[in-house]
Ligand binder design. Structure first.
Ligand SMILES: NC(=O)c1ccc[n+]([C@@H]2O[C@H](COP(=O)([O-])OP(=O)(O)OC[C@H]3O[C@@H](n4cnc5c(N)ncnc54)[C@H](O)[C@@H]3O)[C@@H](O)[C@H]2O)c1
Length: 277
């Protein structure tokens, strides 16, 4: 449900230490919202919180792994005790694995699905009941990807996880349509964050240093600033937008998919080969 004024609202962002999560927290802080920042990286979380507080808003931090159901229950208990029901929940934390399907170990499948999919499930499970019981409009934002709408070369587990986030979000949105809790799913295109950097993403054994360098250069030169995603998420919450397409290629992919899925696959493959071959 749309929340036109965000001043004083309680907004929780997962994966808030870096990239899209950090810029989303700043975008809400600029609107006067109070933030709860959650991340697995505690030192970076404190730096992010200091930047948010410079906007004159309250900011709490909590170290948690979104894939851990018990840790998420403890987070929700602490948040509800400290500030009450959330106005806005942003399930953003996510990671990538780069490499061919046959070089994606079962352990990588489990870790990525646990964070990218179950992290969203846990966030909704632990915060939604209080949001439904509270008065006034509330909103959930799940950060998927353009890889939730289209195939992603050498990223089968990532694409599977993001297709799941889109499906989960649109299905839950139908259930929530009779409530005062709105739902947005965000599908960013290429955004210049560390997500695909060596050291952040796990990689398959045949992925070469040169390929990783080309990928990093591609994200740096073609990627939009994550602030664009943060501002788009604020706009989606203020207007109640269901699907949010943001950054390079997102709208193109969305429209091409409606016209021809085989054409979309050919176009994605041709672009990907510039990096991977
Ligand atoms: N960068 C892109 O091009 C792009 C495009 C589409 C979608 N996305 C999605 O945007 C979201 C944010 O990615 P980003 O690009 O800002 O990446 P990022 O690496 O800059 O930030 C991800 C953040 O999530 C945190 N995190 C990782 N695992 C966690 C866990 N288990 N529990 C809690 N926090 C955890 C990290 O510490 C980090 O702060 C992800 O869901 C990603 O899939 C990114």
């Amino acid at each position: 449900m749309a929340i036109p004024s965000l001043k004083g609202k309680r907004v929780l962002v997962t994966g808030a230490s870096s990239g899209i999560g950090f810029e989303t927290a700043l975008a809400f802080a600029r609107q006067g919202a109070n933030l709860i920042l959650v991340d697995i990286n505690a030192p970076a979380l404190e730096m992010a919180a200091n930047a948010v507080r410079e906007h004159g808003v309250n900011c709490l931090t909590w170290k948690a792994d979104v894939s851990d159901a018990q840790a998420m229950r403890e987070l929700a208990n602490a948040v509800h005790e400290a500030v009450g029901a959330l106005d806005v929940l942003i399930n953003n934390a996510g990671i990538a694995f780069l490499g061919a399907f046959l070089e994606t170990p079962e352990q990588a499948w489990r870790r990525i699905l646990d964070i990218n999919v179950m992290g969203v499930v846990h966030g909704c499970n632990v915060f939604l009941p209080q949001m439904l019981n509270a008065d006034g409009p509330r909103h959930i934002v799940n950060v998927a990807s353009v890889a939730g709408l289209a195939p992603a070369y050498q990223m089968s587990v990532y694409a599977a996880s993001k297709h799941a986030v889109v499906g989960l979000s649109e299905s839950l949105a139908m259930e929530l349509s009779v409530s005062s809790v709105g739902m947005s799913v965000v599908c960013p295109g290429i955004i210049n964050t560390p997500i695909a950097n060596p050291g952040t993403a796990s990689v398959g054994k045949s992925v070469t240093h040169a390929q990783l360098q080309r990928l990093a250069a591609f994200y740096q030169s073609k990627g939009a600033h994550p602030r664009l995603v943060g501002e788009s998420i604020v706009d989606a919450v203020q207007t109640g937008k269901g699907i949010v397409l943001v950054g390079p290629i997102a709208r193109l992919v969305y429209n091409l998919r409606r016209i021809s899925r085989s054409l979309l696959m050919k176009a994605m493959l041709a672009e990907s080969k510039k990096i991977w071959v």
